[in-house]
Design a binder for this molecule. Structure first.
Ligand code: GDP
Ligand code: MG
Length: 166
């Protein structure tokens, strides 16, 4: 079994940290500055039973012009070519305009979408429950997995969920 998983989300939500933690190598560049990851970076997770190719993508931005619109379209088109999309958000209490825009794009994507709520080490259990309820109402996510990429919390659940869609 093998397949492709695309990691998408706003800048700074922890996409590169997640990919690096899962694959166990410092492949993507991590920093506090948004947009350090300029290109798609692929890395492969290999297990006894399966392989997952991760595509770490630059953050999706609100398009300011035609070229920007085209780039968003290219980004969403590629999502139809993978087996599963991991949409990473952070512990922000409200769904901001950046995430809202991505959610709207995801409605046109046929691939299963897993919502990964990252940075749960920074949020209370109560707030996490409220956040999960908020995202559940969006009706675009096949699964919701809360994690802490930094602390390595619940990453095995991500692997299990991905495996289902391979
Ligand atoms: P990307 O732009 O989405 O690729 O985000 P990065 O992986 O570069 O991470 C952005 C910042 O968030 C870095 O300072 C990370 O150390 C931090 N970060 C990533 N994951 C977590 C997490 O689970 N918890 C906390 N507290 N910080 C995190
Ligand atoms: Mg990155």
């Amino acid at each position: 079994k093998s397949g492709f998983a695309s990691i998408i989300g706003r800048p700074n939500v922890g996409k590169s940290t997640l990919m690096n933690k899962i694959v166990g190598e410092k492949i993507a560049i991590m920093s506090d500055k948004p947009q350090t990851t300029r290109n798609k970076i692929q890395s492969v997770y290999t297990d006894k039973e399966f392989q997952i190719v991760f595509l770490d993508t630059p953050g999706i931005h609100k398009p300011k012009n035609k070229l920007g619109k085209y780039m968003v379209k290219v980004a969403t088109d590629t999502l139809n070519e993978v087996d599963v999309v991991l949409f990473v958000v952070d512990d922000s209490k409200n769904i901001g305009p950046g995430d809202r825009m991505i959610i709207e794009s995801l409605k046109r994507v046929k691939t299963p979408v897993v919502l990964v709520i990252n940075k749960i080490d920074q949020i209370s259990k109560e707030d996490l429950v409220i956040l999960i309820e908020k995202y559940s109402k969006e009706e675009v996510f096949d699964e919701i997995v809360p994690i802490s990429a930094l602390k390595g919390e619940n990453l095995d659940s991500i692997i299990k969920v991905i495996e289902k869609y391979l």
